[in-house]
Design a protein. Sequence first.
Length: 298
Amino acid sequence: MIQSMTAFATRIVSFPLKSNTDVTAILTLKTVNGRFFDMNYKIPHVFAIIESHLSQRCRTLLHRGTVTFSLQLSHPLALKTTITPSYELAAGYIEALKTLKQQFNLSGDITLQDIVQLPNLFESTDVQISENIITMLIKACDDLIHDVITMRTTEGAALERDILNNILDIESYIEQLIPRAEIITQQRTEHFLQQVREILATTPEDVRSTHLQSLYQNIEKIEVNEEFIRLKAHIAALRQTLEVPDLPHGKKLDFILQEMFREVNTLSAKLIDAASLEPIIDIKTRLERMREQVQNIV
């Protein structure tokens, strides 16, 4: 079954991040159209350890699309780090200030305010995330991916039904065109033979071959049966692709539709009459609609 590339899912996980402090993490996974697989993250850096697992699982299970994962904490200060002074650096700063004072005979005392303005004087330590919390988050990520696949499959089923309905419409329009195409082919064949007879009867022998060669160059425009055969073959390929259980489908469907457009354009160039115009336009309309739909198929 085909899948859409558009889906959104969210999960909420609660865990103790610090002593006596419960934190709620809101995990979201969103996928939108994309020609290839592209993964983006919006998470605090202390949880970066889950990125590799998430990226591997998404690439394996989602195949295509632009995927965005975000993790937000309900407690804005939950990741507040412990700030400690760098004693070794502070001692170096103080010694250097004393040297400057002596070297240039400067007056005044070295104060705390002078020291705290110096760069890199304080060090920060990240909050430690336990293995149990990481395991819990990874489990939530796997559930999130499953939710996205479920939504993708549901939307994919709707897309498949619409594509099949468009295929039925196209088949109906083709059946309308075939009798008209046979009439046009017969008329053009008779006209072609009449032109050949006229050339043979009225054209001097020394230029007769040139006139016949010019006439034969347009003979391929008479017959349209090959276009109908290829269109029907492409329709069969569309149905067969939709029935394949393995992903992905979108790129192959898009290629088949491109070939169908090419055949219909050839038909429209050959069947130049008012009776053929409307069904050809209807076929192109259905093909364009399907092209838009398959852009959203994995």
